[in-house]
Design a protein around this ligand. Sequence first.
Ligand SMILES: *Cc1c(COP(=O)(O)O)cnc(C)c1O
Length: 376
Amino acid sequence: MTSANSNLFDDLGLDRVINGRSWVTILGGSRMVPEVSQAMYDAADTFIDFNELNKRAGERIAEYTGAEAGLVVSGASGGLLMQAAACMAGSDPDLIVQLPDTTGMKNEILIHDKHRFGYEICYRTSGAKLKQWGTGEEPLSEQLRSSIDEQTAAVAYVFGPWLSCELSLEEVVVIARERDVPVLVDGAAMLPPAENLRRYIAEGADMVTFSGGKGVRGPQSTGILAGRADLIEAARLNMSPHAGVGRTSKVAKEEIAGLLVALERFVSMDHEEEWAIWRQWSETIVTAGKDISGLKSVIEDGDPNRQGPTAVFYFDENWDGPPSSVIQERLAAGSTPIHVGTGSYADELYVSPVALEPGEAEVVAEALRAEFLSNN
Ligand SMILES: *Cc1c(COP(=O)(O)O)cnc(C)c1O
């Protein structure tokens, strides 16, 4: 690799790492394909009317999602912030500049006990307060109904690994609609599968956000927001280039360009073919645990808690080596640093193939095997 960026990272003294943890921000997100980089390059030195740009981009997003309108936002986290701001301040210019002071506005977002997650801080950044529901004794639908009151600005619904609510999105939508309260979906990491682009809107969500820099492989700083026209317009007015709470969540013209090209590729590509390659790489990696006492090595394919067909190593009571976290640290400290995941289920180590390049699965398998054997 001799691109300018690679050289800059070398100049900065940074090691290249092998990313077996999927599209995580902490390792740099996803890998942009050349046509996305090219679109960013082409857009970078051109002036346009930014408001018009994001409206036109939104029309494309609306087509891909089946929503009335769309907007490019700064990551799904920017999407969450804009969802909250739109539901509280709407398009009112005075209220927009009043946020995050929510005096006089509906300012509570209902969130189910099992949907509490780290990124909920993005909702609170707008000034909104989170109100938890779902821990009572009554049926969940009744609990949701009685949690909605005069202060309820919206109901949040989060899709993600290890987050589950027994009341489906569709059931939540029915109840929220009785009281005219919008339902906000976070589907940040739910792409692929591409069907999810349309799914939550079809199920009645008023707004949904996705990351642009995870499985869509657009610029890492981008996100997709789609939904009801009035709410999307409100979101647009609350964010950059306007001076609302979303001014700090700026997206640049070249990022919008890159995201649109990435999305176009994402909706038209052959996902089956890509999945088959990922499965093959996982099959290579899973051989690292073959015939080692105390290890169960499997491929988990289609598990909604996993990104792509994932090689998973479970440690049982016969395992007498170090804990998975130590193996994880050793791999990351190797001469070719390899990052793998641990700990979603109790004692496990996993490798997601989605961010690997050809040839890396073999390197990962060999390094993992050496770690497993050195302790056995
Ligand atoms: C990744 C993620 C986010 C944040 O998305 P960014 O695009 O990185 O801002 C929010 N919610 C969930 C469930 C996520 O997985």
